[in-house]
Every structure is written in structure tokens, then in C-alpha cells.
Design a protein around this ligand. Structure first.
Ligand code: SF4
Length: 320
């Protein structure tokens, strides 16, 4: 195969035969991005041909929200799930924000509604509501401030109150509660990818792979996080790996994360006890190409939710 600088970036994880089926879409997407003055924001859980092949900005939810706000492109295509595209629109409302498949949802976002928040507020008068960014714009609008897994503890403590409601991820709330004096009232939402990991699985992994450094996402159950060496958001995990260069590492999170990070850290052995997110995997090269060709589907936010949802995200971004 003639030298292809894009393939060179992903050759370790995509066989040449498979790349041959992707090349045409990659080239078409690069050309469409120029024609449309578009940028592609890709979450860390996107597959390598998207993450390393066509994305302009890669990162966790927090990084993508910040980058969406700064973007001067005409079109922002979000290679991620629907709440991420909504957040991009909230942060940069004059841009056309596209999502290639509107069915790319999230079990956390689907676990709670504004009516649930009204009930929680009635049960806990005066207690502020922190909404994980993995929520709909309507739920963000019903909340006081947002958080991500990367800044949840800072957001909780920034409010300077003895008690908060943190929703919808029960495990994230429980994991943060172990790190702060603030009392946290949780909701029973779970990430269908991270809830499947078990403490027994982590112990077995340690036995079968001596010396492995185990990093767990805080959406995992607390007993899984307790078995890990370190816990953090996908951005924090990536930073930990590139800074510390452990010889052998296991990322207890979605499958594509290890593929993407391994390409940037060729000297590290990645053990891969991963789980796939079916929602993230709805985004493909084919539907990214189609989205840029047809300019569909554009993300629209109910005007009634827009200002309060944006305020909740802005309050989060102001927390350092
Ligand atoms: S990995 Fe979990 S939190 Fe992330 S989009 Fe998938 S279901 Fe939602």
C-alpha cells in the first residue's frame, strides 16, 4: 500500500484490508470539512479511524464543551452521543451543530427527567442540584450547575454548602462522596458500560497480568474503583498514562479508549478488559460523511430550555 500519513497513525490497530474499506470515506470527509468549514469533535470513545482519522478535536465531555465554545468553524459535527451535541449547541448557538445519528443516546441521560428533578427538589428544599453533563438540555435547564467526571469534586465543593443533589449517576456520586465532606444525595442512574465491571474481574486481571496498573473510570461501581490503582475521567486517564508511562496498563472503561491512547503510547502494553458503548458505536465514517453531505441532522434545542441549560454549563466551566 502506498504511504498514507493518516493510515500511519492507526496502522497498529486497523489492518490494511480494513483500512482499504475506509480510505474513500476518510478522504471524502476531509474534503467535505474544507467545503463546509466544518470541524469534527470526537469523544475519547470513538473508534480509531474517526478519532485519529478525521477528528479535529478529541477529548472528554469537558474538553469538547470548552472547544465547542471556542470554535470559529461554521459547522460543528459531534462524533459522540446526543447530549454532547446538545452541549456544543448550547455553548456556540450560532453554529450549525450536526449529529450523524440522532439515536446515539446514553443510559445515564435517559435515566432522568425534569419531573424527577422537581420531585427531588420538593423532597430536599434548598439543596442545589448538580447535573452530570450526561443529561438532556431539559434536565440541565432544571439544574443549578453541571459537572463532568473530570471536575465533579471541584463543582461539589465550589458551591460551599453542606449537602448537594448529584444526578443521575449513582456511582459517580458515591465515588465523589468518598472524597469530600459534602453530603451527596444521589439518583439511581447508571452507565450501561461501566456498571458491568466487577471487583472480582479487576482482582482476576491483577493476578493474570502481574504489574499491571489499573485505571478505573468513576462511573464504575465504588467497589471496582476501590480495586483500581487510580480513578479519573478519560482525559485524566490519558494524561496519567502519557505522563507516567507504566509498562503495562488496563483502562477500565469503554473499549475504544485503549485503542486510541495506545496509538499515542507505543511502548505501553494495554490489557483490554473493555466494554463497548452501543450508543457511541452508532457514529461511523459512513454516517459522518452523509451528515456533512446532507447537513443532517442539525441539533435544535427547545428555546424554553436554552438559557437555563446554558447557564448551568457556564457555571460549571467557570469552576477552576
Ligand atoms: S459510555 Fe456510558 S455514559 Fe458514555 S455515552 Fe455510553 S452509556 Fe452514556
Amino acid at each position: 500500500m502506498p504511504f498514507d500519513p493518516v493510515y500511519d497513525r492507526v496502522a497498529q490497530v486497523i489492518p490494511p484490508m480494513e483500512w482499504a474499506t475506509m480510505q474513500d470515506d476518510v478522504r471524502a470527509i476531509q474534503a467535505l470539512k474544507r467545503d463546509r468549514r466544518a470541524v469534527i469533535l470526537a469523544h475519547n470513545y470513538q473508534t480509531p479511524e474517526i478519532f485519529h482519522g478525521v477528528a479535529d478535536i478529541m477529548g472528554d465531555s469537558l474538553a469538547l464543551a470548552r472547544e465547542a465554545e471556542k470554535s470559529n468553524a461554521d459547522v460543528i459535527l459531534v462524533a459522540g452521543v446526543h447530549f454532547m451535541a446538545e452541549t456544543a449547541k448550547l455553548m456556540n448557538p450560532t453554529k450549525t451543530v450536526l449529529i450523524p445519528d440522532t439515536r446515539a443516546g446514553c443510559s445515564l441521560a435517559e435515566s432522568i427527567t425534569p419531573a424527577d428533578i422537581a420531585l427531588l427538589r420538593a423532597a430536599h428544599p434548598g439543596v442545589p442540584v448538580i447535573a452530570y453533563v450526561n443529561t438532556s438540555a431539559a434536565v440541565k435547564a432544571a439544574s443549578d450547575i453541571c459537572c463532568t467526571s473530570g471536575n465533579a469534586k471541584r463543582v461539589v465543593e465550589s458551591l460551599d454548602v453542606p449537602k448537594v443533589i448529584m444526578l443521575p449517576d449513582e456511582y459517580l456520586a458515591q465515588n465523589i462522596a468518598r472524597e469530600t465532606e459534602v453530603k451527596i444525595i444521589a439518583w439511581a442512574g447508571h452507565c450501561e458500560v461501566h456498571e458491568r465491571f466487577t471487583a472480582a474481574e479487576i482482582r482476576a486481571l491483577r493476578q493474570s497480568h502481574p504489574g499491571v496498573v489499573i485505571l478505573a473510570h468513576p462511573e464504575c461501581p465504588p467497589e471496582v474503583v476501590a480495586e483500581a490503582d487510580f480513578s479519573g475521567s478519560t482525559a485524566v486517564m490519558a494524561d496519567y498514562v502519557s505522563t507516567n508511562q507504566p509498562p503495562r496498563v488496563a483502562l477500565i472503561t469503554e473499549c475504544s479508549m485503549s485503542d486510541n491512547i495506545s496509538l499515542l503510547n507505543p511502548n505501553i502494553e494495554f490489557v483490554r478488559p473493555c466494554n463497548l458503548c452501543p450508543h457511541m458505536k452508532r457514529i461511523t465514517l459512513k454516517n459522518i460523511r452523509a451528515a456533512l453531505e446532507t447537513m443532517q441532522t442539525e441539533v435544535v434545542i427547545d428555546p424554553a430550555h436554552f438559557a437555563p441549560a446554558r447557564r448551568a454549563v457556564e457555571r460549571m466551566l467557570a469552576v477552576r
